[in-house]
Design a protein around this ligand. Structure first.
Ligand code: MLZ
Length: 261
């Protein structure tokens, strides 16, 4: 049926005989997460995976999903995004500071951004730490290791990449030859990271590092910035051992786009 017809019948709770029934979706069962509307947290911006931002819970859905907005933008409900409460893409206030990561502060915030002051001035509370899945698997990823990684903004591309940083269960992936604006924070259990040689093994095209000359002439991801000539000092080539890359994602691992069970 047409999309609006579809929305109309689902909002009325009507089901079609062809619909996959709810019992087939383990993540759709009622789930009490403890997160509440208005609580503040840190979240990976799903449209700019290089950036971890001050964010607010705008809506709590009864199956454990949270509608979140980024405080930097004057967002409207259509800009909210959805993460499951167990997602590794949401972190408690203070995560970035603890790991030496630049946190994207709210717009017009006093610099340097201080969580305590912001909570007072915005008359809000931080989501308590115990609500987050802070368990860090012994993942073994280290800064400088090479891997192959899906460019989640262009998900048909799997690219040569290097681990730029690790923080808790997150890894920051840098695409070789590209500006840091293209970096992606990902869960260590993400199904979008692969060991070196994976593309060759499965017969999928691997995007190699772009040539320096080509990079200088291509528009940067964020139009105002100029492409950098030297992206980073050449990292010592260390290859991530294949064993640490999970092909079967453990039940405790969730990412923003795939909620694995
Ligand atoms: N169309 C985009 C593709 C960028 C791909 C980057 N992958 C790391 C561009 O050319 O800017």
């Amino acid at each position: 049926c047409a999309p609006d017809e579809y929305c109309d019948r689902t909002s009325k709770g009507l089901r079609d005989k062809d619909d996959a029934t709810e019992d087939l979706f383990p993540m759709s069962i009622p789930f009490k997460s403890g997160f509440q509307v208005g609580m503040k947290l840190e979240a990976i911006d799903p449209l700019n995976l290089a950036s971890i931002c001050v964010a607010t819970i705008m809506k709590v859905l009864n199956d454990g999903y949270l509608m979140i907005s980024i405080d930097f933008y004057n967002s409207t409900p259509k800009d909210w995004f959805c993460y499951h409460c167990t997602s590794a893409s949401i972190m408690p206030a203070g995560f970035c500071e603890a790991h030496g990561i630049n946190l994207k502060p709210p717009q017009n915030s006093i610099t340097p951004f201080v969580w305590k002051d912001y909570l007072v001035s915005s008359n809000s509370i931080a989501a308590p730490e115990h609500l987050f899945d802070t368990e860090v698997p012994d993942h073994g990823f280290k800064c400088g290791m090479k891997l192959e990684c899906t460019d989640l903004m262009n998900p048909h591309l799997i690219c040569v990449a290097t681990i730029a940083r690790t923080a808790g269960r997150l890894i920051e992936v840098h695409f070789d030859g590209w500006e840091n604006d293209f970096n992606q924070w990902l869960d260590c259990c993400s199904s979008d990271i692969f060991p070196v040689g994976w593309c060759e093994l499965v017969g999928y095209k691997l995007e190699g590092p772009i040539k320096q000359l080509a990079q200088e002439h291509r528009p940067s991801k964020h139009k105002k910035k100029k492409p950098k000539k030297n992206l980073r000092a050449p990292a010592k080539k260390v290859t991530a051992p294949p064993l640490v890359v999970h092909t079967k994602v453990p039940t405790s691992c969730y990412t923003s786009v795939d909620v694995c069970q």
